[in-house]
Write a protein of this length. Structure first.
Length: 161
């Protein structure tokens, strides 16, 4: 069974800013209740539509100095019902992210403000009980194999995925 962790995880992709933290750096800001983590992001070769092309390319330009694409993750506590409601309402999700963190030191507020709603997603965070060993040792002719994220019950924090 799933166990709700009391937290929503919000993901966003946007063009970075000229701020030093958006130049090939990873950063995290935490205030005891809300946590934002941001890192450079490279768009897929076929283009995902979230990062407007610059000079005809979808990938970040002049990686050494120019602002490139950033991926950010914001997590904050809400009830499970609130998390489910936010997960289907990108505008409300973006508004809540800005309400909670828009006044944080830059570049946080700017990254949140410039992220398009169609380049954001929010998900309630769950842990799952471990699958009992006797279930995993089932019939050797089984056609199901669990790999990676499907095989572990941990929430998406601290690089556990």
């Amino acid at each position: 069974p799933l166990s709700y962790l009391g937290v929503i995880v919000v993901l966003g992709i946007c063009r970075g800013t000229s701020h030093e933290l958006c130049k090939n750096k990873v950063f995290q800001v935490v205030d005891g209740e809300n946590r934002m983590y941001a890192m450079p992001f490279t768009a897929s070769p076929d283009g995902d539509g979230c990062i407007p092309p610059i000079d005809g390319f979808n990938a970040p330009v002049d990686a050494a100095n120019a602002p490139g694409a950033m991926m950010w993750q914001l997590s904050f506590p809400v009830t499970e019902d609130e998390a489910k409601a936010f997960s289907v309402d990108p505008k409300a999700l973006r508004d809540e992210a800005l309400r909670r963190c828009g006044s944080w030191p830059e570049p946080v507020g700017e990254l949140l403000a410039q992220t398009r709603e169609d380049c954001m997603a929010g998900y309630p965070a769950y842990d799952r009980d471990m699958t009992p060993a006797h279930v995993l040792r089932g019939d050797a002719s089984s056609l199901v194999t669990l790999i990676g994220d499907a095989a572990h019950p941990m929430s998406p924090f601290k690089g556990q995925g």
